[in-house]
Write a protein that binds this ligand. Sequence first.
Ligand SMILES: O=c1ccn([C@H]2C[C@H](O)[C@@H](COP(=O)(O)O)O2)c(=O)[nH]1
Ligand SMILES: [Zn+2]
Length: 166
Amino acid sequence: MKRDNYLSWDEYFMAVALLSAQRSKDPNTQVGACVANEQNKIVGVGYNGFPWGCSDDEFPWERQGEFLQTKYPYVCHAELNAVLNSISTDLKNCRIYVGLFPCNECTKVIIQAGIKEIIYLSDKYRDTDQVRAAKIMLDKSPYITYRKLETNLKQLQISFIPPELF
Ligand SMILES: O=c1ccn([C@H]2C[C@H](O)[C@@H](COP(=O)(O)O)O2)c(=O)[nH]1
Ligand SMILES: [Zn+2]
């Protein structure tokens, strides 16, 4: 008989997004994104980080202070990276799984890429103008929907210890 406690597709893709977020060097918010196509194949993943060649050790991770001395003008958002890292430029009918509700800039990228659904976990910035603007666009566009991930999972444990050593 097959196992019954396997991950659903939604849980699996969100777990990939959350695992990708673990690559982020952002000390405050680590965001991951995973794009899946209609065949449930992963076609792109990404996390928030500085652009290629911009050193994690040289660029600022500060949140406050003079704008150019903060991370905000430099960091590439997870969703942008997932779309840019994808194997195709046409993501029509794909879904994007994100740990954090996308900002307005990422939302524009997601809509323009042809992605049809956003599945998110946290909406911690719901009261910001960026997320409000994102939702205004999403609510107007007939081509895309969004929903919060429904799951009973609280956490997922991954062990690097081979089962025979338990
Ligand atoms: O749509 C989004 C919004 C934000 N991010 C990234 C950008 C930053 O690295 C962090 C947010 O930092 P705070 O310290 O929480 O302001 O999240 C993203 O990847 N996608
Ligand atoms: Zn964004």
